[in-house]
Design a protein around this ligand. Sequence first.
Ligand SMILES: [Fe+2]
Length: 338
Amino acid sequence: MKISAKHTSAFAFAAMLLTATTLAGGANAQEAEGLVVYNAQHESLTNGWVEGFTKETGIKVTVRKGSDMQFANQLIQEGSASPADVFLTENSPAMSLVDGAGLFAAVDKDTLDQVPEQYRPADGMWTGIAARTTVFAYDKTKLTEDKLPKSMVDLQDAAWKGRWGAAPAGADFQAIVAAFLQLKGEEATKTWLKGLKDNATAYKGNSVAMKAVNAGEVEGAIIYHYYWFGDQAKTGENSKNVALHYFKNEDPGAFVSVSGGGVLKSSKHPKEAQAFLKWVAGKGGQAVLKDGDSFEYAINGDANAKLVPLADLHAPKVEASTLDSKKVVELMTAAGLL
Ligand SMILES: [Fe+2]
């Protein structure tokens, strides 16, 4: 067994926690928790990461549950008093918000070196850890290929009135709108959002939207790909009538969203927090994506073999670090969607 300096310090850290707990009789709850991760990623995926990391390093991790924007706003409120060591999101706009508030520590260079440039911001204050693609999940009993929208923009047309759905309140969908805004500009986004308001049914979450397609309530829904793959890997009962349409062609509907990870500047365990992020973005964490049941894309190394390869998605070029979540909320609120 290879024991690097990093492992030695990791074990020392674990031992320190044990000592703190023993001596203080649990009074020092903060220390006893180990690393605190504000987790907005899907719980089962993060649990997989934590399990693997703790097994390898002995470092304990406490996962707190929340959503992208909820945690981003909480971190901004808490400032340097935050108990969080690490922040993990489903999408990048929340990372940009926290980065903009100056709350992240620079990510270690050897972590960044593991991640291809297109999956991390140029400032190196956070990094992509997984990716997900936008799809049109459609009722294959009703729609044939020739009847599918060529572009996500088409869904704003009157021809699609009452025929599609989305989950506009969620961070997943708002990241798609943020990409649309960056690619097409404000006027086009307003028009598309009006189309969404006029034509689509709003569901509470991507799974609910997919179920609605499966049940024949609507002919299609804009969601992320892994909801379908996840259901197929289980019983398939919520997706048996559903197929995925990939817009490709650098369409806004082919947007690939980057799930992010960052270390808080205020972390009391910066070394261990950096080690966790390195693990997640590295071989161990990426293997959880490749071999597990999250069906999100690895951004470093091979993706799950069941997925359409990232390179074949022909995603539009989007600068993740400048996705404007504030403007999106403003535009969606004005459109009566939030
Ligand atoms: Fe999601």
